[in-house]
Design a protein around this ligand. Structure first.
Ligand SMILES: *[C@@H]1O[C@H](CO)[C@@H](O)[C@H](O)[C@H]1NC(C)=O
Ligand SMILES: *[C@@H]1O[C@H](CO)[C@@H](O)[C@H](O)[C@H]1NC(C)=O
Ligand SMILES: *[C@@H]1O[C@H](CO)[C@@H](O)[C@H](O)[C@H]1NC(C)=O
Ligand SMILES: *[C@@H]1O[C@H](CO)[C@@H](O)[C@H](O)[C@H]1NC(C)=O
Ligand SMILES: *[C@@H]1O[C@H](CO)[C@@H](O)[C@H](O)[C@H]1NC(C)=O
Length: 501
């Protein structure tokens, strides 16, 4: 049939790829589809409690006027805000009971707009109505052909969320944002990303897979659906016009996101990459990526059932709830990495604000520290540095270089000083003693305090890391750090005044 000239180079040619690739492909499909997997496990540990949350203050509301670099924006329109965004969340009745808990953590009833699209009716409880988007049942797609050997035809239903949403005729929409039921969005940062672009033009904004082979098999031009992607209203309308006809041309594709990319490609629109969308096609602990986040706002986290919980001693949902505290205080800075040195003690210190602090015994350069350490593996199991679509470094097992990691335990806003105080406590792991190294032993430090002024306009400036400075303190076992904009001439190096003291 006519399909052959249009069929996907990535999927339908699989059968001619070496057997090993085929095997890998089969194994990833086990993970890829949220509709065929059911990897749910909620460990029953207690979370470290976040004390004094009830007294939590938030920074005052920010004025809508900012010194914005609105280079792609029309001059005469208001700034993009939450009201302009409609979410389309792909879900399945089978996994809804567990997955809805992820959506509840980030969804803001009466502020966020959008729908969860299900394959069939689910039981709705009262507290769901007040904490979740409206549920809709997708249209019947049995008339479309689906011929991929290992995938699931729900992919067609999910790709049509775009045309079904546009079909609702909602007003004042600038962006359609797609995500899965196991995607966590940092809504404020999503807006920070989208407000840079003119929604009247055709934009397709998202990010790739972390696993290089996934991008080879799907496309480096594809916005991965679980990491979430945004389609400008203009493009969504254009897609709606062609989508059903377009879908018929690609029955051999695997998923919903490659179907969308195939149709976006017919309109000649490339993927605008924003690295804050995280598909998380990784296994194990995402710590390495999060602790060395690219210098761009953190927009989403995906595959929450597959990756380890992002905080130790907390389950997956509790971990996301803990992130809500730094999100409320200073969302723009969430997970942003600052690097500094304690020259007298010979330590490298890395702060990933609102998440974790690490101390490494020894001086490690910024160009090393900004590479994610491989606490995770690619979907092909090996922690192989060539398996990823970005640079990584090994996670030091050597007892002398192994980082001491402190995780967020609490954060508050001090309105007198206009700063946030966040506390990080040592993750207790057994350590053999390191004898071969000079310098102080970081195990004396069991908590870290980080002070930082909230910076809602961080991303209106050219991307740059904040600087951090270690302050003297009399508190025993505590490291006190200030994080903020770098001063004139300040660079990330061991400062000479305390180098050999
Ligand atoms: C902005 O200007 C464009 C072009 O002049 C016009 O088409 C559009 O309607 C204007 N939008 C608003 C909100 O005034
Ligand atoms: C949302 O708005 C409706 C109608 O204005 C109101 O009844 C409801 O209490 C609001 N819900 C929340 C969670 O604010
Ligand atoms: C979808 O449509 C087909 C063909 O019209 C029909 O057989 C099937 O029962 C429908 N499925 C649902 C869930 O309504
Ligand atoms: C679906 O596949 C069948 C068999 O290959 C073909 O006859 C039919 O035309 C296809 N339908 C569409 C809508 O492409
Ligand atoms: C706090 O500091 C930030 C960053 O300098 C500034 O934007 C904000 O207006 C300040 N807020 C108050 C209440 O002073």
């Amino acid at each position: 049939m006519k399909d052959s000239s249009f069929s996907s180079p990535s999927c339908s040619s699989n059968l001619s790829l070496p057997k090993i690739i085929l095997f890998l492909f089969i194994s990833i499909t086990l993970f890829y589809s949220i509709y065929t997997t059911n990897i749910i496990c909620f460990p029953h540990q207690n979370p470290e409690s976040l004390t004094t949350q009830t007294h939590l203050k938030t920074p005052p509301p920010i004025s809508p006027v900012s010194k914005n670099l609105q280079t792609h924006l029309p001059k005469n329109e208001s700034k993009t805000s939450l009201e302009h965004i409609v979410f389309g969340i792909a879900a399945s009745a089978k996994l809804w009971k567990q997955r809805k808990n992820y959506i509840k953590v980030w969804w803001r009833k009466n502020e966020t707009r959008g729908f969860v699209w299900l394959d069939k009716k689910v039981q709705v409880r009262n507290d769901d109505v007040s904490s979740l988007p409206e549920l809709r049942i997708s249209a019947n797609v049995s008339r479309f052909n689906y011929t991929h050997k290992y995938g699931h035809r729900s992919a067609i239903r999910i790709s049509r969320i775009i045309s079904e949403t546009i079909g609702l005729g909602l007003e004042n929409v600038r962006w359609l944002v797609m995500g899965d039921d196991d995607t966590f969005f940092v809504v404020d940062n999503l807006i920070r990303v989208l407000e840079k672009y003119d929604h009247n033009q055709f934009y397709y904004i998202g990010s790739n897979s972390e696993t290089h082979l996934q991008n080879i098999m799907f496309s480096y031009n594809m916005g991965y659906g679980g990491g979430g992607f945004a389609i400008s209203y203009g493009l969504a309308k254009a897609l709606t016009g062609i989508q059903d006809r377009c879908i018929q041309k690609y029955p051999g594709l695997y998923g919903s996101d490659d179907r969308i990319q195939a149709c976006v490609a017919e309109l000649g629109v490339p993927l605008t990459k924003e690295l804050g969308f995280h598909q998380f096609d990784i296994l194990g602990n995402p710590y390495g990526i999060l602790a060395a986040h690219p210098v761009t706002p953190l927009v989403s986290l995906h595959h929450l059932d597959i990756i380890h919980p992002i905080f130790p001693n907390a389950n997956r949902v509790q971990s996301l709830q803990r992130l809500k505290v730094p999100i409320r205080l200073d969302s723009a800075s969430l997970m942003q990495q600052s690097i500094c040195y304690d020259g007298s003690r010979g330590w490298t210190v890395s702060v990933s604000w609102g998440y974790a602090v690490q101390i490494i015994r020894g001086i490690v350069s910024p160009r090393e520290m900004e590479r994610p350490s491989r606490t995770f593996r690619s979907w092909y199991q090996e922690a192989d540095p060539t398996g990823f679509a970005f640079n990584t470094r090994s996670f030091e097992k050597d007892t002398c270089w192994e980082p001491f990691v402190y995780f967020l335990s609490n954060a508050i806003y001090d309105d007198l000083r206009n700063w946030t105080a966040s506390e990080y406590v040592l993750d207790r792991v057994s350590r053999r003693t390191c004898s071969s190294k000079k310098g102080a032993d970081p195990s004396e430090i069991h908590r870290v305090e980080v002070y930082k002024t909230p910076d809602p306009f961080l991303w209106d400036k050219a991307p740059r890391r904040n600087c951090c400075r270690i302050n003297p303190t009399k508190k025993k076992g505590t490291l006190v750090i200030h994080v903020g904009e770098c001063r004139e001439g300040e660079i990330i190096e061991v400062h000479s005044e305390n180098k050999n003291s």
